[in-house]
Ligand binder design. Sequence first.
Ligand code: MG
Ligand code: MG
Length: 264
Amino acid sequence: MVHLKTPEELQRIRESAAILGKAHAEVARLIRPGVKTKVLDERAEEVIRDMGAIPSFKNYRGFPACLCISVNEVVVHGFPGSHELKDTDIVSVDCGVQYKGYHSDSAYTYPLEKVSQPVLDLLNRTLDALYLGIGQARKGNRVGDIGFAVQSYVEQFGYGVVRELVGHGVGKSLHEDPEVPNYGKQGKGSKLVAGMVIAIEPMINMGTRGVVQERDGWTIRTSDRKPSAHFEHTVAILDDRTEILTTHEELETCYEYKWRSKSR
Ligand code: MG
Ligand code: MG
């Protein structure tokens, strides 16, 4: 069942998203070679709790941390831990915040400074695909329009679109209906109506679309062990426009390596 949000509920999700943006920014300041991924998690939790909010992921169905940190071939749901980032790594940081009972959810994949151009291309194109998907997320369109926009764009580069994991509604629950796949057919799927809040989150693999789950029951990695990129925004479908509720602006300001401009 899809829960449509009232203007008051939307305002709470905006506030939640503002806190989330600050948490991402504080994590971005720390990303550099040699940092352990658990340090990023500890900082995010501190920032979120200091602002009176709750990390959505911690203890969600038993997830042990505040961030999902997914390095290189890990697609999503990686555990923060003792891995020290290397200058050739890419690292996806996915975070959710609950504030006044409402969640927001966003993710960003950072390249460290010696990541190769083909992998930078994967990140740039996955981020472009996120915005192409958001461009289709408007009243009167259907969920399949979003998936089609993402899939048709990235597949021209030979990339694989992960099928097993999808975007989702966001609100009082972290994961609500509808499901928002990153593949699909134009004009198919649930209709998008004003008041819907959804997370759009392309997970795009350099190689095959196949993924496997590690024995920890959470970590999802590519079956060919090639890298995977993940970017996510929570957006609201409104009567006259679509509002991107979460932000990457602050984290991009705080991250030292200005990869996005360099690689264009
Ligand atoms: Mg997320
Ligand atoms: Mg999500």
